[in-house]
Design a binder for this molecule. Structure first.
Ligand SMILES: C[S@@+](CC[C@H](N)C(=O)[O-])C[C@H]1O[C@@H](n2cnc3c(N)ncnc32)[C@H](O)[C@@H]1O
Length: 311
């Protein structure tokens, strides 16, 4: 998309107009690069790299290589572990994006890129989850700077690993919701946490909601949900100071208040938190002998084929 951009005319566009223009283009045509590249490819332009949840070892190899080659790393501030910056970006200039608006961030990255410096935009977790990455990418693309995404381990996955559980579990949770609570960004009507819990077989992973846990739980109780539904709050999952709080809808507010965390935690609601009560999956229970019934589940069938041929 970037080759026919505003940059060709030498004009600079304000980020909002650039986003609007890129939005129009997205509606009108698909980007060729969607078909030419996959998520692991090194591509032209500025990579938007997922730093993972915190532990430097949970950064992808692709992300690590890009950071090692970077001259300028614009990172997401306190949610990117400084150990990771020390380990991989020691040679580079590092700048936090905290407190900077698009009007400041876009020229910073664009100009460094135009000067021939390797720029990396480093987001916490995965850039695709509450990362506000696309607006930066669109604004840069509009100015002729190509961008692409390098995925990372989102914090919900680090939290489930620390909990030693799965977010989906046969007969316990068939779905996962990545969500956030109502507040400045979401209105009461757009807050669907209670609906996810109501569904019964959804594991609800709440980002950006540490400060609002007590209110969120109060609302769930008001809505008539079982107070014994398990809830975990995982502060700084995978960091050296990770703190794990486990309770229920009825108790977690008080547990968290005692722990004193007001930010940087993942809240997980549902029976997957304890992992109790699941049934063994079809995958390792004779699925291969189920005939055509199994064919609709391609992944299971493929895995099963591999499994039966390798055993
Ligand atoms: C702006 S969002 C960014 C999410 C990020 N893109 C991701 O994929 O994890 C920030 C929120 O992510 C969650 N978060 C990020 N890193 C975390 C970690 N290491 N442990 C627990 N929660 C984390 C917290 O809920 C925090 O408020």
């Amino acid at each position: 998309m970037s080759d026919e951009s505003a940059a060709d005319s030498g004009e600079e566009t304000d980020p909002q107009s650039a986003i609007d223009a890129q939005g129009e283009r997205r509606r009108a045509e698909l980007d060729d690069r969607i078909f030419d590249h996959n998520a692991g490819d090194e591509q032209e332009g500025i990579p938007f790299v997922g730093a993972g949840p915190g532990d430097p070892r949970l950064l992808t190899v692709a992300g690590m290589e890009l950071l090692q080659e970077a001259d300028l790393v614009v990172h997401a501030g306190s949610l990117v572990n400084s150990e990771l910056l020390d380990e991989y970006c020691d040679h580079a200039k590092t700048v936090t994006s905290i407190g900077k608006d698009l009007e400041e961030l876009i020229p910073l990255m664009r100009d460094a890129h135009r000067e021939g410096r390797n720029v990396v935009r480093l987001h916490s977790g995965d850039p695709a989850i509450y990362g506000a990455a696309l607006e930066q990418m669109d604004a840069l693309e509009h100015e002729g700077v190509s961008t692409y995404i390098v995925p990372g381990v989102t914090s919900a996955f680090a939290a489930s690993a620390s909990l030693r559980t799965q977010l989906t579990l046969n007969e316990v949770s068939n779905h996962v919701a990545f969500t956030r609570p109502q507040g400045k960004t979401l209105t009461e009507e757009d807050d669907h946490i209670s609906e996810f819990v109501e569904m019964g077989d959804v594991t609800t992973c709440i980002y950006l909601g540490t400060h609002a846990v007590a209110d969120t739980m109060d609302r769930l109780i008001e809505d008539g949900h079982d107070e014994d539904i398990p809830v975990a709050v995982v502060y700084h999952a995978s960091w050296p100071d990770e703190d794990m709080m486990i309770g229920t809808i009825g108790t977690i507010g008080e547990i968290l208040e005692e722990a004193g965390h007001r930010a940087s935690a993942m809240v997980i609601i549902g029976d997957a938190v304890t992992g109790a009560g699941y049934e063994r999956s079809f995958l390792y229970d004779g699925w291969a002998n189920r005939g055509d019934d199994g064919a609709e589940d391609e992944e299971s069938t493929a895995d099963e084929t591999t499994e039966t041929t390798t055993q």
